[in-house]
Ligand binder design. Sequence first.
Ligand code: HEM
Length: 494
Amino acid sequence: MELGGGFTIFLALFLSCRLVLFAWKRINKWGKLPPGPTPIPFLGNLLQVSSNATFQSLMKLQKKYGPMYTVYLGPRPVVVLCGHEMVKEALVDRADEFSGRGVMAILQRNFHGHGIALSNGERWKILRRFSLTILRDFGMGKRNIEERIQEEAGYLLEEFRKTKGAPIDPTFFLSRTVSNIISSVIFGSRFDYEDKVFLNLLRMINESFVELSSPWTQLYDMYSGIMQYFPGRHNRIYYMLEEIKDFIASRVKINEASLDPQHPRDFIDCFLIKIHQDKNNPHTEYNLKNLVLTAVNLFFAGTEPVSSTLRYGFLLLMKYPEVEAKVHEEIIQVIGPHRTPRVEDRAKMPYTDAVIHEIQRLTDIAPIGVPHNVTQDTHFQGYFLPKGTDVFPILGSVLKDPKYFRYPDAFYPQHFLDEQGCFKKNEAFVAFSSGKRICLGESLARMELFLYFTSILQNFSLRPLVPPADIDTTHLFSGFGNIPPIYKLCLVAR
Ligand code: HEM
């Protein structure tokens, strides 16, 4: 018995020494990172960073450790940046160093560092430059994409009219119409709203976004080394993204069979032409893998954030009917009851513009930001971040920075209005992020949000099924993305 007790003490001492040694080695390996909560070996800061409230946990830690600190997600250290000044200093003032894409373990199995959104280095630069050029050539930020959005908004209004004011869940009404804009750039045409393949793709995009923000994914991100070998819900996103990939690969084949290099019809054609032009370059990034995965990124990013913002916006407008009434008043004054809204109207509609900004601020589509990493050894704020250190620019902490927003948690369109009621820019408005990785689709998204909100509110009033005061605007999940709650509403024709 005595021998057994002695052995237990020896074992406990031995394990403690191993743990201290492990922690010490990790700290040295990772340079001089800013301080943060003490990690437990292997488990990291699991006790401090809750997988079902990542954003809230990180904000709590900010109170204790300041605007820059380190947390361990499992064995991986991540440098967390909070508040406008800190995020700006990294993403804008030190743009090159902080332009790397950090690890998103849950997506790694599908993308393997390919495609515009998850690549790094030369590959990312080439894909970003190319995608931007093609989006511009196909009209992003120009008149012809405006006409496309107006036409598509017209189809949406028809669908809303068919509901005759009965309660509906707006989710797929909105994602079908929004997705058709980016679809016409990628695939050269829109989908019919009843197309079963299209509906299945939208369901998968929507569910993937929910999964991406769910606690299971956050856990996977921390412990992918072990979890990848186990069955479970964390695998769903992998299979859905593979199906979307397969669909796009099949569209690439169809395009290839009818390709006319003189007359590219869409993004896929333009990429295929580049692949043919570059076929003798052994180091080319113009290959089928990058084509398919960049198209997946654009299809996904071009669908979900805008439709989620519209959906969350409806909820806010129903909770604050006086705001909806003022937007409608401005629409009638500037556009009138019948004319189709145009992007140029925005300059004359400061209140509506402010409301859309405020909706985006509270939708806060990527509250903990999409992970970045440093592209080289970086000295920052007196610390040393070795090349490859992951960094989370907490966009939600900027969008709710009390120095820049008087009522950070309230829906208060005046955040974006001056005393005279003119639109007022706010430098902490980073819904699209900032720096070199800033959202590629910002100008397209801004056009879409303005044209959809104004077209819908010109023709319909939004009626909730419960009294406005009872509307709960708490997000369903808050992880990589903020997922708006599921709800129904009635669209009553004006
Ligand atoms: C309300 C709408 C949208 C919001 C709030 C939004 C927000 C964001 C954010 C926060 C990022 C991460 C930036 C970073 O890494 O720091 C991002 C990246 C990206 N977005 Fe958007 N986005 C929206 C719409 C769109 C649309 C319509 C497109 C389609 C063209 C798009 C394409 C992309 C792409 C390709 C990236 C990756 C850029 C890169 O890694 O270089 N987004 N977006």
